[in-house]
Design a protein. Structure first.
Length: 319
């Protein structure tokens, strides 16, 4: 924002800046692609490209640079002091609203993690921590958690940002934002390795009992593998081949839809692990930690909804 214009005609300068920010925000929402724009500088050097492809890549690069500059501008405004003028707080509110829109509508492209971190970190600044900010962030979290079409990639980004903020700021998070976790519709996650090994051992024991306590050769070999946490012993050549195949699979996964079941399950697991970690830290807190105790009831509600997903760990933890 122009300092001279702000000093001479602050009301007009603030209104003009607000219109510019919201207009640019809507433009980016409309034109940003529904994919991650990767760094192609090395590819350009290795292989020859047609003029059309080069032009397309150059447009993507310029678009991404402009988008990054816009996000930097929002961050700069939000981190500045309010300059002893209440009018400047309206510009900050405009930036928070723009971030809320980008948080929900620009989930498939670059910098979504950065947007999540910046949106939640607004609460660390006393100037920004007001009813408007809390309402806007709660609205954004509610909409994203309720209607996530990215295979829960966006929800995982937001969940991690909220949990990291809570750990770094003594769990000083508004209850309304914290309660939005219960809007997540997660029915299944990847099982914990210990749980998988335990269940498989139980199945082998049951089969052995049904066979008159005569263990089969296959079950005997499997028990030997489970002794090493499910990892079989491979030769050096086999390990190298397995690693190469793993890299190839990861590369192929990036080109497929993000709604692939394995990716969705991985994101579900990531979300639940982070949320459960926060829930148990709150439930284990003593009465002196008032910030954490405010979230006690919401934590119990969350556990009531999700505890069946991690029942094995839930029953083994003493509260």
């Amino acid at each position: 924002m122009d300092e001279k214009a702000f000093n001479n005609e602050p009301e007009i300068a603030i209104l003009s800046s607000k219109l510019k920010i919201l207009t640019v925000c809507e433009i980016y929402i409309s034109i940003l692609p529904s994919y991650i724009i990767s760094d192609r500088s090395e590819m350009d050097e290795v292989q020859k490209l047609s003029k059309d492809v080069k032009a397309r890549w150059e447009n993507d690069k310029q678009l991404l640079n402009g988008y990054q500059d816009f996000l930097t501008l929002l961050e700069t405004v939000l981190l500045e002091d309010s300059r002893t003028s209440r009018k400047f707080t309206h510009l900050k509110q405009c930036c928070i609203r723009a971030l809320g829109q980008l948080l929900v509508k620009c989930t498939d492209t670059n910098y979504h993690k950065n947007i999540c971190n910046l949106t939640i970190s607004c609460l660390a600044n006393k100037d920004n921590r007001n009813k408007f900010t809390i309402t806007e962030i709660t609205k954004g979290c509610t909409e994203l958690f309720s209607n996530d079409n990215t295979g829960y990639v966006a929800s995982a980004n937001l969940t991690v940002s909220i949990c990291e903020f809570m750990r770094g700021h003594n769990f000083n998070l508004p209850v309304d934002i914290f309660e939005t976790f219960t809007l997540l519709e997660i029915k299944e996650i990847n099982k914990n390795k210990k749980q998988q090994i335990y269940e498989e051992k139980q199945q082998i024991k049951l089969r052995t009992k049904q066979a008159g306590y005569k263990i089969s050769k296959a079950d005997k070999q499997r028990l030997k593998q489970l002794k090493y946490n499910g990892k079989a012993h491979f030769s050096k050549a086999d390990r190298k081949k397995h690693k190469e195949q793993q890299i190839l699979d990861e590369t192929m996964d990036e080109t497929l839809s993000t709604n692939k079941k394995e990716i969705v399950m991985a994101n579900h697991t990531k979300i639940i692990e982070n949320v459960f970690s926060i829930y148990f830290q709150i439930l284990k807190s003593n009465k002196n930690k008032t910030g954490m105790r405010k979230l006690y009831e919401a934590s119990l509600k969350g556990l009531g909804k999700f505890c069946h997903l991690r029942l094995f760990e839930f029953l083994s933890i003493k509260i």
